[in-house]
Design a protein around this ligand. Sequence first.
Ligand SMILES: Cc1cc2nc3c(=O)[nH]c(=O)nc-3n(C[C@H](O)[C@H](O)[C@H](O)COP(=O)(O)OP(=O)(O)OC[C@H]3O[C@@H](n4cnc5c(N)ncnc54)[C@H](O)[C@@H]3O)c2cc1C
Length: 536
Amino acid sequence: MSEVEQTDVLIVGGGPVGLGLAADLGARGVRAILVEQGDGRIDHPRANTVNSRTMEFCRRWGIAEQVRESGAPPDFPPDIIYLTGLRGHELARIARPTHGGRAALPHTPERSQRCNQLWFDPILRGLVRSKDSVSLRYATRLEEFSQDADGVDAVVRDLASGDQRAIRARYLVAACGGASVVPRALGTRMEGMPVLSYHLNVFLRIERLWEHHRMGKAAFYIFVNEKGRDASLIELNGTDLWRLGLAFGTDRAARERVDVPAIISRLIGDDIPYEVISSLPWTCRSIVADRWSEGRVFLAGDAVHQHGPAGGFGMNTGMGDAVDLGWKLAAMVQGWGGEVLGESYQAERKPVAARNVAEATENMVEFVDTPDLRGIDDDSAAGAALRETVGAEIMRNKTKQFVSDGIALGYRYDASPVVLNDGSAPPPDTAMIYHQTSRPGSRAPHAFLADGRSTIDLFGRGFVLLCFGGASGAAIAAAAAARGVPFEVAAIDDDDIARLYERRLVLVRPDGHVAWRGDGAPADPLAIVDRLRGAA
Ligand SMILES: Cc1cc2nc3c(=O)[nH]c(=O)nc-3n(C[C@H](O)[C@H](O)[C@H](O)COP(=O)(O)OP(=O)(O)OC[C@H]3O[C@@H](n4cnc5c(N)ncnc54)[C@H](O)[C@@H]3O)c2cc1C
């Protein structure tokens, strides 16, 4: 084995979560090595929704424009149509007013985008490659690791040469997806339902499908038959790429027997040419890990939470893990953050994952209330009446699956040891609606400043103390300086933003979450700074 290579953070896994973490660490100048056993090629479309919070991270990293330009074209309707067939009957049409395009929303400058991992992962990869402090290694597998009080010893194998290499890192983050050596070695248990249902996704090329039917363009077509939900067809690039989703309930054998060409001709018609590019069998789970870290080893993304794609929360929840870890690891590596920062990772992120897994599972299971769908496609008055009833039920039950700004932006770190909860009542936590608040633990609110920037553009590097109405941040700034915490003061002279932020002093962490707020300088600013930097 070659000599031992030294780094600060070893990241295992080059999916979106590992790449997101590498980008965040790179932006903070932290030395990191990312090892990925694959070659970086993505041959099947998985996550499609980049939600508005992930878009805000992309904005901070300087890639939001690239993401907006890479997926579905801006004029392609983001709507969802439930129907009995492309040449059958429409049941419901769900609009997504907060998806796609550029116009800012009242609560965020970044709308959710449809940019599949086919394009999103390579954008992240390009970003990581631009970071001097990060080394990206494909065809490299982590095989073993062990840790002591000061670091982690890892053995990786270069899959091209077959050689083993030793790496010594101060921290290891396993963003290694569903099945890997790290969670197993830590003895992590996944809690919940290991099998909710079996699925098959088929990646298809169909040129200008909308010219062959009268339903119009839509991001999703969801087919309904007499047995319930039949299949889904998701548009990916605005021209010819689609993903067909087939579900088999708990009947795994049915997936082996399925006649895909017969299903395609039933759903889209047998006169429309298509090409199957690839197929991906996958299992829908509803699970969250019991332990997210052990000493200097952390788990993130699908390695600690997995659920169905209904709602598009999986990758986005993982990106939240990456951003939560990024500044904390940087703080510990740079010496201004204490060990409680590491402990706070699970306290902050596990409840968010549990919330999102529960919501996604409800989305997978819940459909319409009418138990008997016989006659749903009939050209009769009874068929039309049934479709009207079922359509109304779809609108009532399913809109929150597709319009979920509350899930994307409203998660909070209520139980965190590095947030100073002020005892105020939290706003409602609902899937659809996001309520901006400066309550500690929440994402700091967005509003446009006089110079055209968003308040969220102020955050990302160190801590930022927002001062309204002439309040002085000097005492907290002095405490932060005494502890070497990167810190800025931003005085904002705007009554609307002052009202939105609710207090005269609001201290925001590098990840854009509020850590503390008050109307005057705290009695013991050093104690507050120590608590927030994880050294109390
Ligand atoms: C059909 C489908 C649709 C989905 N749609 C959405 C959606 O719309 N929105 C959404 O947010 N999410 C969606 N998801 C979920 C999303 O794809 C995952 O949550 C996301 O890819 C997880 O990212 P990750 O980086 O944690 O893991 P992964 O993407 O699984 O990456 C882990 C990587 O680690 C590597 N690895 C593992 N072990 C080792 C090792 N020992 N050494 C080196 N490398 C290793 C693997 O090769 C892999 O590349 C969907 C998933 C599926 C299956």
